[in-house]
Every structure is written in structure tokens, then in C-alpha cells.
Design a protein. Structure first.
Length: 167
């Protein structure tokens, strides 16, 4: 039977990222993300909250991006996998830490003056590859058809558009 080790977290950073570099020069960034669950108690009717803290580790280019752009309080979407590692404390006792190894990160919310958010993956770039075109003609591939290149046009002027949008 196949197994799946997949974690998705949406939460807020509890502190600024900590970035270190391994001997081979690759970056490692650690963050702590809080997720909060709220509910109304059925017996007392009062609102209850439970906050969980998650340790998240980024490697390589994604670690550099996280260290540069994330700040305490940032809202973030993370995809990754769980990993438990064994280590020894100062007294020589064996300890275990379970953390999320991030594969994908997306900053949520808006940055001042810059608008939306951009998804990022472990490849280090933005997930902005154009979607693949599908050939619906059944004959020659679309790339083989000869079409003239579109003429460059000036950018449209949006100031003359009607502002009476119903939504």
C-alpha cells in the first residue's frame, strides 16, 4: 500500500526567520508558524481558541527567499513533508524534533505598495511558467502553423473606462 507524507499549513510567523549556511554554502532557514483554531463551546457558549506552533525548515534557494522576504507576523502558505530527527542535547540526552520540510511557499496578504503575492517553490523561482498549449486541430502542431507576429500596440488607457461596475 502506498503512503503519503504531505503537510499544508496556512498561518502567521511568530518570529523573524533564522537563516544559516551549511559548510557546502547552501542556505537553511527556520521559521515558527502559528495556526489558530476557534470554536464556540457548546456547554458554556463562550468562544475558545487553540494555537498550534509548527517548526518549518527551508533549504537552498527557497531558504534564501524566505529569509529575505518573510518577517514576524507575515501570513504564509506552506506545503511540505513531516520529518523527525534525533539529536543530543548539552547533557548528552537523546532528543527528537518533528518539523516540516517545506517544498512550496506562498506569501499571503499584501506587501505595502506592491499588491498581491507570488507562489514560490524549491526550484527557487516563481511558479509563473505559462500553461502548455494543447493542439486541438488534429493536423500539424500549432507551432508549425505560420502566423504573422502580432504588431506591437501602445498600452490601453484604462482611465477612460466606465466606473459603473455592478460588483
Amino acid at each position: 500500500m502506498a503512503s503519503v507524507n504531505k503537510v499544508i499549513i496556512v498561518g502567521n510567523l511568530g518570529r523573524d526567520p533564522e537563516t544559516r549556511y551549511m559548510p557546502n554554502g547552501e542556505a537553511v532557514t527556520n521559521i515558527a508558524v502559528a495556526t489558530t483554531e476557534s470554536w464556540k463551546d457548546k456547554n458554556s457558549g463562550e468562544k475558545k481558541e487553540l494555537t498550534e506552533w509548527h517548526r518549518i525548515t527551508f533549504y537552498r534557494k527557497l531558504a534564501e527567499i524566505a529569509g529575505q522576504y518573510l518577517k514576524k507576523g507575515s501570513q504564509i502558505y506552506i506545503e511540505g513533508r513531516l520529518q523527525t530527527r534525533k539529536w543530543q542535547d548539552k547533557d548528552g540526552a537523546e532528543r527528537y524534533t518533528t518539523e516540516i520540510i517545506a517544498d512550496t511557499m506562498q506569501m499571503l496578504g499584501s506587501r505595502q505598495g506592491q499588491g498581491g503575492s507570488a507562489p514560490m517553490d524549491d526550484g527557487g523561482g516563481y511558479n509563473s511558467a505559462p500553461p502548455a498549449r494543447q493542439n486541438s486541430g488534429g493536423g500539424a502542431p500549432a507551432a508549425a502553423t505560420s502566423r504573422p507576429a502580432p504588431a506591437s500596440r501602445p498600452a490601453p488607457n484604462f482611465s477612460d473606462m466606465d466606473d459603473d461596475i455592478p460588483f
